[in-house]
Design a protein around this ligand. Structure first.
Ligand code: BGC
Length: 848
C-alpha cells in the first residue's frame, strides 16, 4: 500500500464499499485542489501535507496494490459544481424559489439529511425534515414498473418497447409506469435506462435499455420521462455514464481475489457526446428530475465522482437542474464525490452523513455545495408537484409483502398487451405461414411455451437472476423479463401456451405439446404447424455467456427435420443468433418476441393470428455468428489496455457500434440488421421531399437552390450558422439551439398488399459529411445514422400515408472537440428513408 493510501486508511470509515478507489479519489481531490490553491482536504483532515504525485509518474506496484497515481488527471478536473437556480423554465424557477426558501431555514444536519439514504420501506429512502413538512423520499426500481411489489404490473422491458419504434407507445408506457409508482407512493422511479446503450453484444443489462442506437434510445428516454413525470413521479435517467458491461462494473466485483478497480471506459469527447450522452440529453430535455451515476470508472475516474461528467457535461453543458444520485453503494469517496457533483448517496450514508457535515465545517466541501445538493433534491420534488399534500403514502415494503397492498394495475394490462404485440418482430415468413388462419391442430414444443414451475424462490425478483444464478443462457419457463434490479414482478403471466389454448378452444381445434424433450419424436399427421418456443436470458451483474445455446438450437433443428411448418418464437433479453436453423426450408416463420411482460401469450397470439399485423423492428443487429461482432462481442477484460488491478477499455470503435460497425465492415453481412422487421403486407415508399423548417426565424436558414419537390435530383444547399448562438443561455437538456428543427423531410408510404391492413416503420438515416482529415485518415463519422422514425398507419391495402421527420441542429451536427461544441458540417449530407438500416428505399443529398 502506498504512502498516501496508508494515510487515508486511518480515515476510512467502516462502511459498505471500501476500496482503493476511496484512497485514490481522496488523493485525486488533493491533486486537483492543490492545482488551484491550497489542499483543503489535506489541511482539513489534519494530515501531514501529502506529497503531490505526478500525473506522469509510471505505474508501479508498491506493496500489495499497484499505484494508481499515474491515472490521476486523465479525466479533466471540472470544479466547482454549478449551483442550480432554475433558469431552465418558469416551472423550474418557481420550484427553486420555493426550495431555496426551505433550505435557507435548514440546519447543516437537515441539509445533509436530504443527501443520504436510510433503511426504510423503499429501495432508497432519504431523511425527513418533519418541522418543514418534508417527508422521506422513496426511491424504487425500475425501469420496467414497480419491481418486487404485489398488485403492480410487469411491463415489457425497455428493449421490447424500443422494438415498437412508436413514440406514442413510449409515452403511454411512461405514463402507465408512472401511475403505478405514484399509486404506490414512490417519489422517484429508478428508470429509464440508456446506460448501457448496448455497445457490447453480450452486455447483461442491454435489455433494460432502449436499443443500441442513441437516437432511438433518446426518443424512448424522452417519452418515458415525459410520461412518468406527467404522473408527478420523478424519473431517474441511469446509469450516467459508460456502464456498458457488467464484468467488473464495480470495485471488487469479478476482480481477482475480490480486489481491483472497476473497469474504466475510456472514451473521447466526440464519442462521449454523440453516442453515450445523447439519449440522456433527451431525458433531461423532457425534464428528468434525477440522474443516477454508474459504478464504473470513466476515463479512470469513478462515474459518481467524475467531475468532468457530473460538473462538466451534466451540470454545465446540459444545464441539469435536478439531483445526481449514486448507484447503490456506488460512492467511492466522500469529499471528492461531493465536489464532483454527486448530490445524494444511496442506500445509506456511505461516506457522507456526519462526515459530510464535518467536511463542510472544516472547509473541504463548501457550504454552498451542501446547500446546492439539498436544494436540488427539493427542487426536483417541488418541480414534480409532490408537495401539495395529495401524493399517496408509501405503499411498498422490502420483500414486497404488505397485508393490504394497494392495487395500482388499473387497465394497464391492455397497454402491456398492445406493446407486447407492437414490439414483436417478424423476421421470417415464407409459404404464407403467418398469420395462422383458424388452424385446427397446433403442436407446441419447448420450455419457453409455459410458465416456470418454481419462479418465486425470491418473492422480490421473479425468476431469480443474479441472486440465483449468474450464468444462465436460458430461463426454464417463458421469458417475460430479465434478471436483477430491472426485472419485474408480474401479478400473473399469460404464457404462450395458455393464450394458444384459449384461441384453439374458440376455434374448436386441438393442441398437442411437449415442453420437455430435446428431440420430440412424435409426429402428428394432421398438425397444421409446429410452434417451437425458446429463449435467451440476461441479468444484471453478469454479461451473457453466449448469444445462443445448443439445447435450443438443436430443439428447433430436430423439429424442423420433420415438421414442414416450423414456427420459431424466441423470447430474448437482447441479441439472439438464429443461423443454425434460420435457412432451414422447414423453418417457415420466426418471431423475435423480446421481453413482453405479463401479457406475453396474448400479445403473441395477436400477432400469430393476424389480429395485429407485425410492425416491430429490431433495435439491434443480429449477426450470423458471434465472431461477426468483433471486439464488440464480449465485455472487455480490461487488458491489455489496462492491467489486472486497473482494467480499462479504450472503446477503439468510437461511434461505430451496432449497425454502424457493420456498415464500416462491408465484408461482414448481418443476418438481420438494425431496423429490420417484416409485415403481413408490403409497403412502397415515394416522394422524398425536404424543406427548411417553418420554425426557423427569417434569415436563420436559407434555401439557395429550389429543388424539385418529388425527388432529390438536384442538390439543395441550406445555409445555417455552424455553431449554436454563444449568447443563448443553456437550459436543461443542452443548448436550446440544438433542439431547433432546421429541416423537415417527408415521404409517402403506401400499403401495396391486397389483403392486410398494417403499419410501416419508416426510418430516416443521415450521412453526415466526413471532415477533410477524416477523408484521408480513419473515418470517424459513421456511414449513416438514424435520425428519425415514424410508425405510419395502420394503412388499409392501397392506402397511402405520410411520414414527416424533423431534423434538429443536433441531428445534423458533430461534436467539435476543438471548439467543444456541436457544429454543423459544411458539405454534402446524404439522406435515406427506408424500412431498415439496409433496406433503404429513397435517397437524396443536400448541402449545408
Ligand atoms: C443497480 C441500479 C438499481 C439499484 C437499486 C443497483 O445495483 O445498478 O440500476 O437501481 O441497484 O436497486
Amino acid at each position: 500500500m502506498n504512502h498516501l493510501s496508508s494515510l487515508y486508511e486511518q480515515l476510512r470509515p467502516p462502511t459498505s464499499l471500501p476500496g482503493p478507489g476511496y484512497f485514490a479519489d481522496q488523493a485525486k481531490q488533493v491533486v486537483f485542489s492543490m492545482k488551484g490553491a491550497v489542499s483543503l482536504l489535506c489541511a482539513a483532515a489534519s494530515l501531514p501535507l501529502c506529497s503531490l504525485p505526478s500525473t506522469t509518474q509510471h505505474h508501479e506496484s508498491n506493496g500489495q496494490h499497484p499505484s494508481e497515481l499515474p491515472y490521476y488527471g486523465l479525466s479533466p478536473p471540472i470544479y466547482p459544481t454549478p449551483v442550480a437556480n432554475g433558469t431552465s423554465s418558469s416551472r423550474w424557477s418557481s420550484a427553486y424559489q420555493h426550495a431555496l426558501s426551505l433550505t435557507s431555514q435548514m440546519t447543516p444536519f437537515e441539509l445533509q439529511n436530504l443527501t443520504r439514504g436510510y433503511p426504510g420501506p423503499c429501495v432508497g429512502n432519504t431523511g425527513a425534515i418533519p418541522r418543514l413538512s418534508i417527508p422521506p423520499l422513496c426511491f424504487y426500481d425500475g425501469p420496467t414498473g414497480v419491481r418486487g411489489q404485489e398488485l403492480a404490473s410487469a411491463f415489457p422491458a425497455g428493449i421490447h418497447l424500443a422494438a415498437t419504434w412508436d413514440s406514442d407507445l413510449m409515452y403511454r408506457y411512461g405514463r402507465a409506469v408512472g401511475a403505478e409508482y405514484r399509486g404506490k407512493g414512490v417519489n422517484i422511479a429508478l428508470g429509464p435506462l440508456a446506460g448501457p446503450l448496448g455497445r457490447v453484444a453480450k452486455g447483461g443489462r442491454n435489455w433494460e435499455g432502449l436499443g443500441s442506437d442513441p437516437y432511438l434510445a433518446g426518443v424512448g428516454m424522452g417519452k418515458i420521462v415525459e410520461g412518468v413525470q406527467g404522473e408527478g413521479v420523478i424519473a431517474t435517467a441511469k446509469h450516467f455514464l459508460l456502464n456498458e458491461q457488467e464484468y467488473r462494473r464495480r470495485w471488487g466485483q469479478d476482480a481477482p481475489g475480490g480486489e481491483g478497480h472497476a473497469i474504466s471506459a475510456n472514451v473521447g469527447d466526440r464519442t462521449l457526446r454523440e453516442a453515450y450522452v445523447w439519449p440522456f440529453m433527451d431525458a433531461l430535455k423532457a425534464g428528468a428530475g434525477a440522474v443516477m451515476c454508474g459504478y464504473n470508472r470513466a476515463n479512470h475516474s469513478y462515474a459518481c465522482q467524475n467531475s468532468k461528467l457530473l460538473n462538466g457535461v451534466l451540470k454545465t453543458e446540459l444545464g441539469f437542474e435536478g439531483f445526481v444520485v449514486s448507484d447503490w453503494d456506488g460512492q467511492m469517496s466522500g469529499v471528492a464525490s461531493a465536489n464532483s457533483g454527486l448530490d445524494v448517496v444511496m442506500p445509506r450514508d456511505g461516506l457522507w452523513g456526519e462526515k459530510l457535515m464535518e467536511a463542510v465545517k472544516n472547509g473541504s466541501v463548501a457550504e454552498e455545495r451542501l446547500n446546492d445538493m439539498a436544494t436540488r433534491v427539493l427542487a426536483a420534488w417541488l418541480y414534480a408537484g409532490q408537495d401539495d399534500g395529495t401524493y399517496p403514502p408509501v405503499g411498498v415494503a422490502p420483500g414486497g409483502q404488505l397485508p393490504d397492498p394497494v392495487d395500482v394495475q388499473e387497465d394497464h394490462a391492455d397497454l402491456i398487451r398492445e406493446i407486447g404485440a407492437a414490439g414483436t418482430v417478424l423476421v421470417k415468413n415464407v409459404n404464407g405461414t403467418l398469420p395462422l388462419t383458424k388452424p385446427k391442430f397446433l403442436a407446441v414444443y419447448g420450455y419457453d411455451a409455459i410458465v416456470k414451475s418454481t419462479p418465486w424462490e425470491n418473492p422480490d425478483r421473479y425468476g431469480g437472476g443474479y441472486d440465483v444464478n449468474r450464468g444462465w443462457t436460458t430461463f426454464n419457463g417463458t421469458l417475460i423479463t430479465g434478471g436483477g434490479s430491472g426485472s419485474s414482478t408480474p401479478p400473473y403471466v399469460v404464457s404462450p401456451f395458455e393464450a394458444l389454448s384459449h384461441r384453439v378452444r374458440a376455434d374448436r381445434g386441438m393442441l398437442r405439446w411437449d415442453f420437455h424433450s430435446a428431440n420430440p419424436s412424435q409426429q402428428y399427421l394432421n398438425a397444421d404447424a409446429c410452434l417451437v418456443f425458446i429463449n435467451a436470458y440476461a441479468s444484471e451483474m453478469s454479461d451473457r455467456p453466449a448469444l445462443s445455446d445448443a439445447f435450443s438450437d438443436d430443439l428447433v433443428a430436430n423439429i424442423a427435420s420433420w415438421c414442414s411448418q416450423t414456427i420459431v418464437v424466441v423470447h430474448s433479453a437482447g441479441i439472439r443468433l438464429v443461423d443454425p436453423w434460420i435457412s432451414h426450408p422447414n423453418v417457415t416463420a420466426v418471431l423475435m418476441a423480446g421481453l413482453p411482460g405479463q401479457e406475453s401469450g396474448n400479445s403473441l397470439v395477436d400477432i400469430l393470428y393476424g389480429d395485429v399485423n407485425p410492425s416491430g423492428r429490431l433495435p439491434y443487429t443480429i449477426a450470423k455468428r458471434e465472431s461477426d461482432y468483433g471486439t464488440l462481442l464480449n465485455p472487455s477484460t480490461g487488458q491489455p489496455d489496462g492491467d489486472e488491478f486497473f482494467p480499462e477499455d479504450n472503446f477503439p470503435e468510437g461511434l461505430h457500434i451496432d449497425y454502424r460497425y457493420f456498415d464500416r465492415h462491408p465484408g461482414i453481412t448481418p443476418r438481420f440488421e438494425f431496423g429490420f422487421g417484416l409485415s403481413y403486407t408490403t409497403f412502397s415508399y415515394s416522394d422524398l421531399e425536404i424543406y427548411v423548417s417553418s420554425n426557423i426565424a427569417p434569415g436563420g436558414g436559407v434555401e439557395e437552390t429550389m429543388m424539385p419537390s418529388s425527388s432529390f435530383a438536384a442538390t439543395t444547399r441550406f445555409r445555417f450558422p455552424e455553431l449554436p448562438d454563444p449568447d443563448t443561455p443553456i437550459k436543461q437538456g443542452g443548448h436550446p439551439d440544438l433542439w431547433e428543427t432546421l429541416l423537415v423531410v417527408r415521404c409517402s408510404v403506401e400499403n401495396t398488399g391486397d389483403k392486410y391492413e398494417g403499419s410501416e416503420v419508416a426510418q430516416l438515416y443521415v450521412g453526415i459529411p466526413p471532415s477533410d482529415e477524416e477523408e484521408e485518415d480513419e473515418k470517424e463519422t459513421p456511414v449513416r445514422q438514424l435520425r428519425g422514425f415514424k410508425r405510419v398507419g395502420p394503412l388499409a391495402p392501397g392506402e397511402e400515408g405520410g411520414a414527416e421527420f424533423a431534423l434538429t441542429r443536433r441531428d445534423l451536427s458533430v461534436w467539435d472537440v476543438e471548439v467543444q461544441q456541436w457544429r454543423l458540417r459544411r458539405g454534402e449530407y446524404k439522406v435515406w428513408v427506408g424500412a431498415s438500416s439496409r433496406d433503404l428505399r429513397l435517397s437524396g443529398t443536400f448541402e449545408i
